[in-house]
Design a protein around this ligand. Structure first.
Ligand code: G3H
Ligand code: 13P
Ligand code: ZN
Length: 332
């Protein structure tokens, strides 16, 4: 594939977005996408709410949708925004890059931002890998997100089921040695729809699971060590209870799914956290609407009739998140 710079495509990096977000006490949304309907919902939702955004692509998404097609879809999004007469800017970001080669491939094919997730490596190896990616990225004007600390997932084995929180003592050294542009941290969030086991939660009087609070004390310690430095929160879906309810009422089986309460995300967005990653909530919005259509009209077989409502709901959710949770609406 011929090398192309994000600048030729009309994308921006996260540099200016993050500076403004940290100063303004809000966070930039990073929405994952794998298909056309998700892309349309993200673009239209962010244009309507006048929010800068990060279009996020995982290596799984690249495999699912084809890496070349995804890149052209991002180019299409730039054109679509322009045609709508909007000045909303976005970055195209690799989510959870795990090797130098993957990051390089994305940089060479027009991404404006990459994440190198070396968090599962030993500290020194994470530093060396991140530094190598940063050197290549910066030579191409691209920005890099690194990660320190490991997010738990309850699907992991017992040992990894506990978060390994970011150690505030390491962050200054890591940022200095790697020259990374932003840092993902672990303060109690995790990926997916099952962020906490029922045993980790308490049940309120209505029987609803309430998760343990995020470790804002660790976040504050980190902020003291690297004041004003852009911090990223992964695993930040709320696992919107309304969607989980619709899914379960319409034949689904999402038992005890639980996410990060909106109030805690708002608090994070007001801090040095300037990028909040959301994937699972989008998946839930889509699944809820598709299940609803099929339950109400089992004879439906035109994909537009179920993907359309799913896309509309995702757009609504994005506008809500930008306005009420991240505070990025109106900041384009
Ligand atoms: O953090 C991971 C994102 O939710 C992407 O998930 O690897 O299944 O595309 P994926
Ligand atoms: P969620 O699973 O909470 O949406 O997190 C997504 C994420 O962190 C993508 O990198
Ligand atoms: Zn993530």
């Amino acid at each position: 594939m011929e090398k192309i710079s994000y600048k030729e495509i009309g994308l921006v990096t996260t540099k200016e977005m993050f500076q403004k977000a940290v100063a303004g006490g809000y966070a930039i949304p990073a929405y994952n996408f794998n298909n056309m309907e998700q892309l349309q919902a993200i673009v239209l939702g962010c244009v309507e709410s006048q929010s800068p955004f990060i279009l996020q692509v995982s290596s799984g998404a690249r495999k699912y949708a084809n890496q070349t097609l995804l890149r052209f879809m991002a180019m299409g999004a730039v054109a679509m925004i322009k045609e709508a007469g909007s000045n909303v800017k976005f970055a195209l970001h690799l989510d959870h890059g795990d090797t130098f080669d993957l990051c390089k491939s994305c940089i060479d094919s027009g991404f404006s931002s990459v994440m190198i997730d070396g968090s599962h490596h030993k500290y020194d190896e994470n530093v060396a890998l991140t530094k190598k990616v940063v050197e290549y990225a910066h030579a191409n004007g691209v920005v890099v997100e690194g990660e320190l600390g490991v997010l738990a997932g309850i699907e992991d084995d017992v040992e990894a089921a506990k978060s390994i929180y970011t150690q505030p003592d390491e962050v200054e050294d890591f940022v200095k040695k790697t020259n990374v542009d932003s840092l993902a941290i672990s303060i109690g969030t995790s990926h997916g729809a099952y962020k906490f086991t029922p045993a980790q939660c308490t049940r309120n009087e209505k029987g609803v699971l309430e998760p343990p609070p995020l470790r804002f004390d660790i976040l504050e310690e980190i902020e003291k060590r690297i004041p004003g430095f852009p911090i990223v929160l992964h695993g930040a879906s709320s696992v919107v209870p309304e969607y989980v309810d619709i899914i379960n009422k319409c034949g689904g089986a999402l038992k005890d799914a639980v996410g990060i309460p909106t109030e805690q995300l708002r608090r994070a967005a007001r801090s040095a956290v300037c990028k909040i990653n959301i994937d699972s909530d989008g998946r839930l919005a889509i699944t809820a609407m598709i299940r609803k259509v099929f339950t109400e009209n089992p004879g439906e077989f035109d994909p537009r009739k179920y993907l359309g409502p799913a896309r509309e709901e995702l757009k609504k959710m994005i506008i809500y998140k930008n306005k009420e949770v991240l505070g990025s609406a109106g900041k384009a």
